[in-house]
Design a protein around this ligand. Sequence first.
Ligand SMILES: [Zn+2]
Length: 113
Amino acid sequence: MHELTIAQSILNIINEELLVNNLSKVIKISIRIGRLTAIEPESLKFCFEIITKNTKAEGSVLEIDYVPIRCKCSNCQIVFTVDELDFICPKCMGSNLKIISGNELQVVGLEAE
Ligand SMILES: [Zn+2]
């Protein structure tokens, strides 16, 4: 299960941060996920809730910023959002694209005490 692995690595990051900053309880954690990672936000929240039981992150809020996939066409240089995973330029129908965003998977904020 993809999301469970991700949730586990988020918890690992949290634990390191708590240790470094001498904190004991997580209130909120903010992450950015690109759509290309194929992570289901709801599923990730569910997994996160399960694995944080009886940890310092139990009951914390997982805030997910879901980043759309954006591409730049190498032919006509336009930037567009990919909705249906069809990687074709809407202007020139070319497929020589460069992915600008959508691969993100990072912890951007941690609120703890
Ligand atoms: Zn184009």
